[in-house]
Design a protein around this ligand. Structure first.
Ligand SMILES: [Fe+2]
Ligand SMILES: [Fe+2]
Length: 295
């Protein structure tokens, strides 16, 4: 427990996060960095970038509601304090991704309408399953849903977006870097805190496995909606060919995302997330349940 106390203390959070990798950042990126012109001036690219960013804002709003809601459900003081730091991390994520919408030209007065217009209904369902556990003050299920499932997913999605942005959009790649470091800490807490609680309450296993199966179902459906028929890759190809530019590269999980069609990217992402789920769930004594759906 002493390792746990120091690893997840507010002191550790202050030193590593606000005074560490976030020092001197401006909404998560270096001051002065801007979205590339292309994303702001090309209407198709702008719309699709707004759509993607809306999913990030909605996912982070769910994480904010879950981590703050779990504070009062936590059985021990160290977990409450960690969740307080996580609550601030998630609020920051909501803020920086919302700022990105403004940077892409969304008016502040149009924010809620824009979120409503573009949010993926499958992502809303995914969030509802988790928040139902939080509302019931079910700490064990809530932490598995939030710190293992939601953040395991977010982590891999952010890493994929970072790979896609590294060459084309350093501002967004930098914004994601701090977020990924935060999510890494959150996922670590989930694994460390929950394993022993599941051993203590084995009767909770079946319900948690059901929640994981349902959340995985809506996650895979969200991925399918996001990649299939996404016109962005084709538009990039067209623009690069028109400019006679050499193709850019985006390395992720040992493949080059810039060279593959969206359907194949979906497969790479789904495979990566599910592989990680299986490893993390096994560590806390939960057996991964395949959702009833051929992805
Ligand atoms: Fe987050
Ligand atoms: Fe998080």
């Amino acid at each position: 427990m002493s390792d746990f106390l120091s690893m997840y203390s507010i002191q550790h959070w202050l030193e590593s996060c606000p005074q560490g990798y976030l020092a001197n950042t401006d909404f998560g990126h270096a001051p002065g960095e801007k979205e590339p012109d292309l994303l702001v001036s090309n209407e198709l690219m702008r719309t699709e970038t707004i759509r993607t960013t809306v999913q990030l804002v909605m996912g982070e709003r769910c994480a904010l509601a879950a981590s703050s809601g779990l504070i009062n459900a936590a059985p021990d003081e160290a977990s409450k304090r960690f969740l307080a730091t996580q609550t601030l991390d998630e609020a920051r994520h909501v803020e920086i991704f919302t700022q990105r919408l403004y940077d892409l030209g969304v008016k502040k007065t149009d924010l809620e309408d824009t979120l409503k217009q573009y949010v993926n209904p499958n992502l809303v369902k995914f969030a509802e399953i988790l928040l139902e556990k939080v509302d019931k003050k079910d700490f064990v299920a809530g932490v598995v849903g939030q710190n293992v499932i939601l953040e395991g997913m977010a982590f891999s999605v952010f890493e994929m977006m970072q790979a896609l942005s590294r060459e084309m959009n350093p501002k967004f790649a930098n914004t994601l870097a701090g977020t990924i470091a935060d999510e890494r800490r959150h996922v670590g807490f989930g694994e460390n805190r929950i394993g022993s609680l599941i051993r203590e309450f084995p009767e909770k296993k079946a319900e948690i496995e059901r929640m994981q199966r349902d959340m995985s179902y809506y996650m895979l459906a969200t991925f399918a909606d996001s990649f299939r028929g996404n016109p962005m890759a084709a538009e990039m190809d067209r623009l690069e060919a028109e400019a006679g530019a050499t193709r850019h590269h985006a390395n992720y999980q040992g493949v080059d995302l810039a060279q593959m069609p969206p359907e194949q990217m979906e497969q790479v992402l789904a495979d990566t997330v599910l592989k990680e789920f299986k490893i993390r769930l096994a560590r806390i004594g939960i057996e991964y349940q395949t959702p009833q759906r051929a992805a």
